[in-house]
Ligand binder design. Structure first.
Ligand code: C5P
Length: 302
């Protein structure tokens, strides 16, 4: 079975003060973008799972979110349940940069939950899969609600949103890795937590109808300040690209990926070429909130 795992960007991300459990309450509008990891699943004759990846820098041990998702599903299986439940050879072809705030690992984990449900004929409901997803990581449930959703709680409470009228994102991918937990620690150290924005959400229906230049100036990411303090090079890249492209550029999630938005594909491609040429940074044009098909439709799992 071969499946596609899309990246996400946080168009808008407001972050409140840490709760007793250390997690931060969020309000975020998240959309998938047309940049995909590829996963294949094949049964093996062993009683163990083997994970291979074309990126040698990624951990392949139990901390990998794909293996966490396999473990989460496996723990729910009662004796005699399912069909050919056993060892799997999983191979991951990575296109989404790691530690970049684009949810690559979370998306891989969400596709793994859906794939195992199908492969092992477990017939788990959508609600059951959502619960498993939240246990694997805060961003995982979003990927069961793609392509566009509003995420609250620690990110795991997801409600579907309209597909934005804006069709294109330019993904700017500097060669910088930021650890999510460290960015949140810096956020706390800077005492930035403020719940006010969480209680006053924008009118999402109006926002989904805006053009790129109407929406961009309204977007915020409260993790930019701590991320740019941890890595001042990233803040400098953002400022430089904003002035080159003459439009707002935002960070996604806890960084280091940056993005801006366009209404049409030719402008996105032209901007990508300009950033590569003038700044020497990887820049990828990607459809915003695309519908894609790999045979694993979330809604068919209902
Ligand atoms: O849930 P997940 O394991 O993806 O989160 C990674 C880390 O990010 C957590 O250990 C926590 O430090 C931080 N985090 C947070 N508040 C959130 C989500 C994540 O502080 N809402």
């Amino acid at each position: 079975m071969r499946v596609l795992a899309p990246a996400k960007i946080n168009l808008h991300l407001r972050v409140g003060a840490a709760k007793d459990d250390g997690y931060h309450p969020l309000l975020s509008w998240m959309c998938i973008v047309g940049l995909y990891d590829e996963l294949t699943f094949a049964r093996n004759e062993l009683q163990e799972h083997r994970l291979r990846c074309d990126d040698p820098t990624l951990p392949m041990d139990a901390s990998n979110l794909i293996l966490k998702a396999v473990a989460a599903v496996s723990e729910t299986i009662r004796p005699g349940e399912g069909h050919h439940v056993g060892g799997l050879d999983i191979s991951l072809s990575k296109n989404i940069p790691a530690a970049a705030g684009m949810g690559g690992g979370s998306s891989d984990a969400a596709r793994t939950l859906l794939a195992l449900n199908r492969l092992w004929r477990l017939d788990r409901s959508y609600g059951e899969l959502l619960d498993l997803a939240a246990g694997v990581g805060s961003d995982v449930p979003f990927f069961l609600n793609a392509p566009s959703a509003i995420c609250t709680g620690r990110g795991e409470i997801v409600s579907g949103a309209g597909k934005p009228a804006i069709g294109w994102a330019l993904l700017i991918l500097p060669d910088i890795r930021l650890l999510t937990a460290e960015v949140y620690r810096q956020f706390d150290a800077m005492n930035l937590g403020n719940d006010r924005a969480l209680h006053n959400p924008p009118n999402w229906r109006v926002w989904t109808g805006y053009s790129a230049m109407e929406l961009l100036p309204l977007l915020r990411n409260d993790l930019e300040k701590p991320a740019f303090l941890l890595n001042s090079g990233l803040g400098a890249v953002r400022d430089r690209i904003e002035s080159r492209l003459r439009r707002p550029v935002r960070m996604s999630g806890s960084g280091s990926s940056l993005f801006t938005l366009f209404d049409d594909e030719p402008s996105t491609i032209a901007a990508a070429e300009q950033i590569k040429r003038e700044c020497g940074i990887r820049a990828v044009p990607a459809a915003l909130a695309p519908f894609f098909f790999d045979g694993l439709s979330e809604k068919s799992q209902d």
